[in-house]
Ligand binder design. Structure first.
Ligand SMILES: NC(=O)c1ccc[n+]([C@@H]2O[C@H](COP(=O)([O-])OP(=O)(O)OC[C@H]3O[C@@H](n4cnc5c(N)ncnc54)[C@H](OP(=O)(O)O)[C@@H]3O)[C@@H](O)[C@H]2O)c1
Length: 263
């Protein structure tokens, strides 16, 4: 059980990649943690390290957020004030790559359950208490893929476009409440993401990659400043600005041409 003198952060997808970098950075800043993912053994190892290296109290919730029972368990923790969660990081997510008509329908549906439904439901569970306490915030992890239609990963890009639109809207709804919402839009980041998606990313130039720690450092600095969006790294910022400036009918053609060249 967490020590109520320290702020508590709940991070989904904490067992690897960006989520693991979040929990280490947040523990180093003096947070207690609630860590969520499916792989209980990896979470227990992470908890042990966080306790040993940073003196953090850590609760482990080993659940599948695409399943109703898993989602309910995390919602219940977010609704509890024993002690209250001050920061929710909706980070768990995965991508599928290929043409929609060649992909499995059940996996596409699971992607929407995790990347979209869980994000909305966990925000819905945590925000009433935060608004009542006039304190706290949410970081929703999206992607630069949110900034244009993404042929060859149509569902993934669309889920992240939802996360961007949803979080921008929340940050306006929360104006004046003392509670913040920020969307984080990383580009290529060295995690298990590509491998899990079965994508060969060896042709991606090394200059385009970031380490998860760099992404999290940029995210927490932006969050501290009260920003509603963080696109980490100058190349990602430029790419997002370029895509945002184009109408979807043009940005989708650019994205389609890039994909066809790499096939
Ligand atoms: N890496 C990139 O290039 C990149 C770029 C832009 C955006 N992103 C976004 O960054 C976020 C984090 O991804 P990552 O790059 O750190 O990838 P990752 O290393 O594959 O981590 C994904 C995390 O999500 C958890 N997860 C997956 N399915 C889950 C489920 N059904 N229920 C609960 N937890 C689940 C995984 O743990 P378990 O397997 O133990 O459940 C893992 O902890 C994602 O939202 C992704 O879309 C990544």
């Amino acid at each position: 059980m967490a020590n109520s003198a320290r702020p508590v952060a709940l991070v989904t997808g904490a067992s690897s990649g960006i989520g693991a970098a979040f929990v280490h950075a947040l523990a180093a800043r003096g947070n207690d943690l609630v860590i969520v993912a499916r792989d209980g053994a990896r979470l227990e190892e992470t908890a042990e390290r966080l306790e040993k290296e940073h003196g953090a109290a850590v609760e482990v919730l080993a659940v599948d957020l695409t399943k109703a029972t898993g989602l309910k368990l995390v919602e219940a923790r977010l609704e509890s004030s024993d002690p209250p969660v001050d920061l929710l990081v909706n980070n768990a997510g995965f991508g599928t790559f290929g043409k929609l008509y060649e992909l499995r329908r059940d996996v596409e549906e699971r992607e929407i359950r995790l990347n979209v439904m869980a994000v909305m439901r966990l925000c819905h569970a945590v925000l009433p208490g935060m608004v009542q306490r006039a304190r706290g915030g949410v970081i929703n992890v999206s992607s630069v893929a949110a900034y244009q239609p993404t042929p060859a990963n149509a569902t993934y890009g669309a889920t992240k476009a939802f996360v961007n639109s949803f979080t921008h809207a929340l940050s306006e709804e929360l104006r004046g409440t003392g509670v913040k919402a920020m969307v984080l839009c990383p580009g290529f980041t060295r995690t298990e993401f590509q491998e899990r998606a079965g994508v060969d990313s060896s042709a991606v130039p090394s200059g385009l990659w970031q380490q998860p720690e760099q992404v999290v450092d940029a995210a927490l600095r932006s969050y501290d400043r009260g920003r509603s969006v963080c696109v980490p790294g100058p190349l990602n910022k430029a790419g997002a600005a370029f895509s945002s400036a184009l109408p979807a009918v043009l940005s989708r053609k650019v994205a389609g041409a890039v994909i066809r060249r790499s096939e």
